[in-house]
Design a protein around this ligand. Structure first.
Ligand code: BDP
Length: 643
């Protein structure tokens, strides 16, 4: 099968882009916040939009659509940002589009930002899926490979030079996945002219969620002074009642900045301070950061204010919430602040009607309310990094996070090559750089269900896990396996074994009576071989809401409940030994590609996609509260439903 122009173009574009990010990352990626020295302007809202339907999807670049207003080169439609574009229109061709789409918006930049040459103006995209190129007033300012993670560019120079206000921001986004992207995918051309029209191609993927695309998180303009705090890293520990916060501040734009760091308690009282770019703050009578349902006063956050002042007196101020806590793993336990922590939680997706993977505050707050209603204390960001605002919520509510990178569906041996590994390492660097200061994040997951029994996986995971540990030695590292037989070549390198299994669903469908024996065997295989604690990182069954049968049959709410109960019986035995957690697949129903095994998406949610509980949600609620009552120290208000 010869490669067409479009394939060649896609390959060139991706290879060039991936190579440009192979080196170690430079600089920080602090979440943009306002402060006395910083302003933020949100460019979310309605953007102009066009999908490039040309046969090789390359017309936008050939005709330089970024050079003039998009409406001058063809028709445009309204497109909300943030949102996936797929479900916004009535057009299946846009829902299923593969290739470049173009977004454009005019944004007024406050005149004082431009006039004051001591102000840096930064354009930041929270995430866009998958490959993005950005122009401001027709000048390219940056490009980025990968969805789910932020990228930014200093656009002060471009704005001052072009003198055009409002400024025109153009973003081209391509959702094509290749063997070297994360997640990987392949483009397949259907060349049999008796069955497909000329130029027909499809995107093949090995993961079970809809490949939503577009600008998924906010587009922001923000300022800093020329002297600016580029990055902050904190690591925390404690001894008796003394908390220790090691910090490291990197300042750019001044050769000898004076740095002042102040740590304050909830009531605003300063509890420690220092005058250096790095050091250790000592906090007496420390309030530790505890998970929800593990302590009477969970999720305690201090506030760390960093001030950097240049020789000319210009000052930048940035405030970071800091939770003081430790994470340790033994052969049978996961310890938070030296106390055993049992993960009773959920796997999620960023997914909802209409907006797809677009960030949406009502959805985020509703989901946290449901998580707390269930008595869940944790979730895994299956299968990619979630919005920073979600991690901030987790910090504030004490919900523990397993933070996963988009390494999902690595099934083809060609995706274990050097280019894939280099990109995977870079993505882990981007993820750790973004999320390293969140106390809620206790473990990094570098992949989901890779073909880890294939020979290259040993080297691949050794590199990936050890690189992640070199970036952050304060958290655990894992990847998620789907082997019941402990055959993975990557397992020797991880701290915790996370295993997914679907007994009585994908294997022995309809036979819930085999769950107990098969699950026991799975646990004993893994523990026997590696002597590492185990999390059941996925288990579950599809349930179409409203379907019932007794005795239970597959796809009914009753069957989902029976599967869960059978798993729980085994968990209750094994959690006395080495099982340290259980995460249901899935929190809510979510959209997938169309296939004969999916009924308008995956129905393994214990909530519907609209967040209404199925029978399984009530079952989990009883269970999670019971476990919390056994293991945690609950405040009186939280004793429901088991007094
Ligand atoms: C697991 C995958 C998850 C799927 C789930 C399922 O990790 O992404 O959605 O199976 O099939 O193996 O429901």
């Amino acid at each position: 099968m010869g490669s067409t122009g479009a394939e060649r173009a896609a390959k060139c574009v991706f290879l060039a882009a991936i190579c440009s990010v192979c080196q170690s990352l430079q600089g920080g990626m602090l979440f943009p916040t306002e402060s006395p020295s910083r302003e933020v302007k949100d460019a979310s809202g309605l953007w102009r939009f066009r999908a490039d339907f040309s046969p090789d999807r390359n017309r936008g670049f050939e005709q330089e659509w970024y050079k003039s207003p998009l409406a001058e080169t063809g028709p445009v439609i309204d497109m909300p940002v943030p949102s996936s574009y797929n479900d916004i229109t009535q057009d299946a061709k846009i829902r299923d589009f593969i290739g470049w789409v173009w977004y454009e918006k005019d944004v007024w930049v406050p005149a004082r930002w431009i006039q004051d040459r001591g102000t840096r103006i930064v354009l930041r995209v929270g995430s866009a899926h998958y490959y993005s190129v950005l122009w401001v007033n027709g000048v390219k300012v940056t490009e980025h490979v990968g969805g789910h993670l932020p990228f930014e560019a200093d656009i002060s120079g471009v704005l001052r030079q072009s003198n055009a206000n409002p400024c025109r921001i153009t973003i081209a986004v391509n959702n094509t996945l290749t063997l070297e992207t994360l997640p990987p995918g392949t483009i397949q051309y259907m060349n049999d002219r008796t069955r497909y029209p000329a130029g027909y191609f499809v995107q093949n993927i090995n993961f079970d969620f809809f490949n939503y695309a577009g600008i998924h998180r906010s587009v922001l303009l923000y300022t800093t002074p020329k002297v600016h705090i580029d990055d902050i890293t904190v690591e925390t520990t404690f001894s008796d009642n003394i908390g220790l916060v090691s910090y490291n501040v990197s300042v750019l734009g001044s050769s000898k900045p004076a740095v002042k760091v102040t740590l304050s308690a909830h009531d605003g009282r300063c509890v420690a301070s220092a005058n250096d770019t790095r050091g250790v703050l000592k906090v007496t009578d420390v309030n530790l950061w505890w998970p929800y349902l593990m302590h009477e006063n969970p999720a305690y956050l201090y506030s760390m204010e960093v001030q950097a002042t240049a020789e000319d007196g210009q000052t930048d101020v940035y405030t970071l919430p800091v939770g003081i806590r430790t994470v340790k793993v033994t052969s049978t336990q996961f310890l938070i602040n030296n106390k055993p922590f049992y993960f009773h939680g959920v796997n999620k997706h960023e997914d909802a009607d209409i907006r797809g993977k677009g960030f949406d505050w009502p959805l985020v707050v509703k989901d946290f309310n449901l998580i707390k209603w269930m008595g869940a204390n944790s979730f895994r960001t299956s299968h990619y990094p979630y919005a920073e605002e979600i991690l901030q919520m987790a910090d504030r509510h004490g919900i523990v996070i397993i933070d996963e990178c988009p390494g999902v569906g690595i099934k083809d041996i060609r995706s274990f090559g050097n280019a894939s590994l280099a990109h995977h390492l870079t993505v882990m660097e981007e993820l750790v750089r973004r999320d390293k200061n969140h106390p809620s994040v206790v473990m990094w997951s570098v992949a989901n269900e890779p073909a880890a029994e294939m020979p290259p996986a040993g080297f691949y995971f050794k590199e990936l896990v050890s690189h992640t540990k070199s970036l952050d030695s304060t958290r655990a590292v894992t990847y998620i396996t789907d082997s019941n037989y402990a055959r993975d070549l990557g397992a020797p390198y991880v701290d915790v074994i996370c295993v997914n299994s679907y007994f009585s669903w994908y294997h022995d469908p309809g036979h819930t009576e085999i769950i107990s024996i098969q699950l026991n065997t799975q646990f004993d295989n893994w523990y026997g071989k590696y002597k590492k604690p185990i999390i059941q990182s996925e288990y579950g069954a599809d349930a179409v809401p409203g379907l019932h049968s007794d005795p239970p049959m597959m796809f009914t709410e009753d069957y989902q409940k029976t599967v869960l109960q059978n798993y729980h019986n085994v968990f209750d035995q094994k959690r006395k030994e080495f099982v340290i957690g259980e995460l249901i697949w899935n929190f809510a129903d979510f959209m997938t590609a169309q296939s004969i095994t999916r009924v308008v998406g995956n129905k393994k949610g214990v909530f519907t996609r609209q967040r209404q509980p199925k029978a399984g949600a009530f079952l989990l609620r009883e269970r999670y509260w019971r476990i919390a009552n056994e293991t945690g120290v609950l405040p009186t208000w939280a004793r429901y439903p088991c007094q």
